[in-house]
Ligand binder design. Structure first.
Ligand SMILES: Nc1ncnc2c1ncn2[C@@H]1O[C@H](COP(=O)(O)OP(=O)(O)OP(=O)(O)O)[C@@H](O)[C@H]1O
Length: 233
């Protein structure tokens, strides 16, 4: 899909190939994929098809052997390690499958960690604690507890999402953050995530094996196990 010249692209993949060392087959082959800023992408595929590997490529933790990945017009493979780390902290918000909250910190302190890692994100927020509380409320968590270790899965998910969204990153990467929820809560959470991301014109790149979530997204990409043909974009 071509983007008009005045639309900033969130993501552009060109002839990407990735294999793990020692494997004779490419795990990932993505000929072309373009997402404009503010649009959302759903990546689906069965267990082992490479969804987490692709997210690690998109966040610059892994680099492709062939082809290129550009985020916000920049090729992460052309950056030095420290530049890639800075780019990740400044422009990405990541929601991990297991949320990765620090249990000895309060929910608000967990959210504020994102701003400590990025002066650029911090500069976009006037009152950090108030912004963290407002994000939680938008995501459906209005009363915030003082410790993180007694949060329910749904509450942890909202704290993790607020931590990814604070400081208005342009791209949110989410790795199966709804897998522990029932269907109703899953769809509701995605709607709340979209509404909050829209206020910052952020693009959400969301990985899941749950096909029913696909209808929320304007773009989707299906990964197939390496032995099968990939049926495309
Ligand atoms: N560090 C690694 N070294 C070698 N192979 C790996 C490594 N990490 C993952 N793999 C292999 O890459 C393939 C894809 O794994 P990946 O975790 O990306 O799949 P996935 O689609 O996210 O799976 P799931 O839905 O179960 O989380 C698997 O065959 C896995 O064994």
């Amino acid at each position: 899909m071509a983007l008009s010249p005045n639309v900033q692209s969130a993501l552009e993949i060109d002839r990407l190939q990735f294999s793990w060392p020692g494997s004779s087959k490419a795990l990932l082959q993505v000929p072309e994929l373009k997402i404009a800023q503010g649009e959302h992408l759903f990546i689906e595929g069965p267990s082992g098809s490479g969804k987490s590997t692709l997210l690690n490529l998109l966040s610059g933790i892994l680099l492709p052997q062939q082809g290129s990945i550009r985020l916000l017009g920049q090729d992460l493979a052309e950056m030095k390690n420290a530049q890639r780390d800075r780019f990740r902290a400044d422009h990405l918000g990541i929601i991990f499958q297991q949320f990765n909250l620090l249990t000895y910190l309060t929910p608000i302190e967990n959210i504020l960690l994102s701003l400590q890692a990025s002066p650029q994100k911090a500069a976009k927020v006037e009152n950090a604690s108030r912004e963290a509380q407002a994000l939680l409320a938008q995501l459906g968590l209005s009363s915030v507890q003082n410790n993180s270790h007694s949060l329910s899965v749904g509450q942890q998910q909202r704290v993790a999402a607020a931590r990814a969204l604070i400081g208005k990153p342009e791209i949110i990467l989410a790795d199966e953050p709804t897998s522990a929820l029932d269907s109703d809560h899953r769809h509701r959470f995605i709607e709340q995530l979209f509404q909050t991301a829209a206020s910052a014109n952020a693009s959400i790149i969301f990985v899941s094996h749950d096909h029913s979530l696909k209808s929320h997204f304007e773009h989707s990409f299906r990964l197939t196990p390496a032995a099968e043909e990939n049926d495309g974009i």
